[in-house]
Write a protein that binds this ligand. Structure first.
Ligand code: AMP
Length: 144
């Protein structure tokens, strides 16, 4: 039978499971869509955080968001890649966590999102926590 002390685990903080900001691929809010698509494609991720030069977190951008923005009625308007900014298409309505938040809080958010951004009290980006990291925690606890 699989058992574990779930209250202890669920009430522990996410801090040690966060991928730190310096290891997270990101784009800047003022970059154009061409640069955004380049970083997304090169990184191999479909969505990445949008930051400013001071690492303030603005939102997320994904390849489908960029493709949707350049899709015209008759054709793909590639010229928009250069004209439009990341800030024009990013999603700023995103869930956010703090390093002190518990695994339980993160678990609830990660049901609907493959990763969630972590910020400090000033909105400065600290990193991300991924669904994969959370599944790993539970796997390690369950299969001991
Ligand atoms: P994973 O669970 O590792 O597949 O990651 C889930 C999602 O989190 C990826 O599809 C990316 O959108 C994001 N992600 C994970 N690691 C990174 C990273 N190092 N830099 C940017 N985004 C990441």
């Amino acid at each position: 039978m699989l058992t574990f002390n779930n209250t202890e685990l669920l009430s522990s903080t996410i801090e040690s499971h966060v991928i730190p900001a310096e290891r997270v691929a990101h784009v800047q809010v003022g970059n154009n869509l061409e640069h955004g698509l380049l970083v997304l494609t090169k990184s191999g991720y479909t969505a990445i955080p949008v930051l400013d030069p001071h690492y303030k977190l603005y939102g997320l951008i994904s390849s489908p968001m960029i493709l949707d923005a350049i899709l015209g009625l008759q054709r793909i308007e590639f010229e928009k890649l250069e004209e439009m900014k990341v800030s024009d298409v990013m999603n700023s309505d995103i869930p956010r966590l703090r390093l002190q938040d518990t695994i339980e809080v993160a678990l609830e958010m990660l049901i609907n999102h493959p990763f969630v951004c972590v910020e400090d009290e000033n909105g400065i980006f600290e990193g991300i926590i991924t669904r994969r990291a959370l599944l790993k925690i539970f796997q390690e606890k369950l299969i001991q």
